[in-house]
Design a protein around this ligand. Structure first.
Ligand SMILES: [Zn+2]
Ligand SMILES: [Zn+2]
Length: 238
């Protein structure tokens, strides 16, 4: 998009902060207000689990990651799932708010460079839409975020690599352990040829237990992917 076109569009539809929705000047390119920028709950400033990136007291691996078998090489998120980052994640689930992906991906890409800077990625994939969610919203925010993040990192996005199989309950209604049971065997790889031998960045909007990310990484690796790293916008506290 040309600069003139962007300014015209911004004049017609004034940009809003992706976190608090306050109106921004029309020439602002990154849709974050100064106030949110300062108070965002950045993970980077905390001591974090060496695997899942969640803040921990001593910066060592958290109990959850120690006790289970992990299939990702690591998970990272720029933010803790607290205000105002939480507002942005919730709003981003709605199709009308897809524009937020462009700004949110900036933070995700920056965090991927920070935590996985030495990794030579081949491409980006996204957690497939849970059917339940697609029926409700008809839009796939993980894909939207993955496309923007891939562009920012100069990587290829591989669309539709995985799909959901079988019935799955909404993860948010389940306890920690039930979430791992719920997603087990819940995904399948559609096109293994595309990911064979590849080092992948797996994207989802939010990380709670990490169950979905680890299950997706498991089937990606069983289908021939070399390594899988994961990134989300925000991670819940332990
Ligand atoms: Zn704001
Ligand atoms: Zn952990």
């Amino acid at each position: 998009m040309s600069k003139a076109m962007e300014l015209l569009l911004n004049a017609l539809f004034p940009p809003k902060c992706v976190f608090c929705s306050v109106r921004l000047p029309i020439n602002q390119r990154i849709y974050v207000c100064a106030e949110c920028f300062d108070k965002l709950p950045y993970c980077r400033t905390e001591k974090r689990c060496t695997h899942c990136g969640k803040p921990t007291e001593d910066g060592g691996m958290c109990k959850d990651c120690l006790l289970r078998r992990n299939y990702t090489e690591g998970i990272t998120s720029p933010f803790v799932y607290k205000e105002p980052a939480k507002d942005a994640v919730v709003a981003f689930k709605k199709r009308d708010n897809a524009y937020r992906g462009r700004t949110l991906s900036l933070f995700v890409a920056e965090m991927v460079r920070y935590d996985f800077g030495g990794v030579d990625f081949d491409g980006v994939v996204s957690v497939p839409p849970r059917r339940l969610r697609m029926n409700e919203e008809g839009y796939d925010q993980a894909e939207c975020l993955a496309r923007h993040t891939a562009r920012r990192l100069g990587l290829t996005y591989y669309p539709n690599v995985m799909r959901q199989v079988g019935n799955m309950q909404k993860q948010s209604t389940l306890s920690h352990n039930a979430r791992f049971d719920n997603v087990r065997g819940g995904f399948a790889v559609r096109c293994p040829d595309r990911i064979k031998g590849k080092t992948l960045l797996l994207i989802d909007d939010v990380c709670t237990t990490g169950a979905t990310l680890e299950e997706c990484a498991k089937i990606l690796r069983e289908s021939g992917a070399h390594r899988v790293y994961a990134a989300t916008i925000a991670t819940t506290l332990l």
